[in-house]
Design a protein. Structure first.
Length: 145
């Protein structure tokens, strides 16, 4: 019986499946320590920053509505620059919260939507943004004291 294994751009073919993996260096998954937001070295802080930043929060909540194109989001989110929108979308995409779908057409068409994990976090962020909007008058009144 023949065994095929594609490694990067090389295809390894062997009649002996056991020998196929000899000498092949497999990447082992790095075991991460438990998440600890209070630790300065914990990667969860960077993710929390992406999700709770002003622009990250607004993008996540906006994408709960529907799939958006870049230009639609820029018009909808007042005050965000193209650069900031692009950087924030890239961060959220890298974290696994946003899907980016590019269509091979001219002019280029790119759509953004939430992943399953993105919907989970966006719903939680939406609770916070809804609370802020609902209690804005109380917070502003407190600031004036």
């Amino acid at each position: 019986m023949w065994y095929l294994l594609k490694v990067s751009t090389h295809l390894l073919v062997s009649m002996d499946g056991d020998n196929l993996f000899k000498g092949l260096k497999m990447k082992k998954k790095k075991k991460l320590p438990p998440a600890d937001l209070y630790s300065s070295k914990c990667p969860s802080r960077e993710i929390l920053d992406h999700v709770t930043s002003t622009w990250g929060s607004l993008i996540l909540v906006l994408l709960l509505e529907k799939t958006y194109r870049f230009s639609e989001m820029r018009k909808k989110i007042g005050g965000i620059s193209e650069k900031m929108l692009a950087q924030t979308l890239q961060s959220l995409e890298k974290d696994g919260f946003v899907n980016r779908k590019a269509y091979p057409v001219i002019p280029p068409k790119v759509e953004y939507s939430l992943t399953k994990m993105g919907k989970e976090v966006a719903l939680r962020v939406q609770e916070l943004t809804t609370w802020v909007e609902s209690n804005l008058h109380k917070v502003l009144a407190q600031k004036e004291k």
